[in-house]
Design a protein. Structure first.
Length: 192
């Protein structure tokens, strides 16, 4: 059963990775680097700060940083525990797949997917109260994490596990943010 899942994972990887072409390799190499997403992040920060005010926005930045740190460290723990080779480093896949970028670290699970999904879930759950089309935020983790398959660095299961992990902790982060930051904690006696 497990072997069949690994085989299916590899087949889906080869299909998705094979959709690329040299013409677009440069674009996907840019997409995979967080620095090129800076204008998008700044827009999100601007829109959130406008709606939340500086204090709540400051806490949002703190929660986001903690989420990224937590996801990053947990991802590394999993990678060094499972030690799954990246597709680009698997001898049996050489000549079958497109290897656009090299990396010697391990594959399972994707830190790009976990971090992008965690931060997107946190932002989305705050945003949806203020902006009707907040669901469009999810284009970021979809495109960002797909770049890892395109480049030959992750299997689909690495991405999906990263999404699940990031989504769960993004939700937990939001619940903590909601409980300790968003809710008005002014005692009723002061309101009257």
């Amino acid at each position: 059963m497990f072997d069949k899942l690994i085989d299916l994972d590899t087949r889906i990887f080869i299909f998705l990775n094979g959709l690329g072409s040299e013409t677009y390799d440069g674009l996907w190499l840019m997409i995979t680097k967080q620095i090129y997403w800076t204008p998008f992040f700044l827009l999100i920060f601007y829109l959130l700060q406008k709606k939340l005010g500086w204090k709540k926005f400051g806490f949002y930045i703190l929660f986001t940083a903690i989420l990224i740190l937590f996801c990053d460290q947990t991802t590394n723990l999993f990678k060094y525990t499972f030690q799954r080779l990246r597709p680009v480093n698997v001898e049996a896949l050489k000549g079958i797949m497109r290897a656009v970028k090299e990396s010697s670290s391990f594959s399972f699970f994707s830190g790009h997917a976990a971090n992008s999904m965690a931060t997107t879930v946190l932002a989305y759950l705050i945003f949806k109260k203020f902006y009707q089309r907040s669901y469009l935020l999810f284009l970021f983790p979809l495109i960002f994490a797909y770049s890892r398959i395109y480049l030959g660095l992750h299997y689909p299961s690495d991405i999906l596990t990263g999404y699940a992990f990031g989504g769960l902790f993004g939700f937990v982060g939001f619940k903590l943010y909601e409980k300790y930051v968003l809710l008005d904690r002014t005692p009723k006696s002061e309101i009257e």
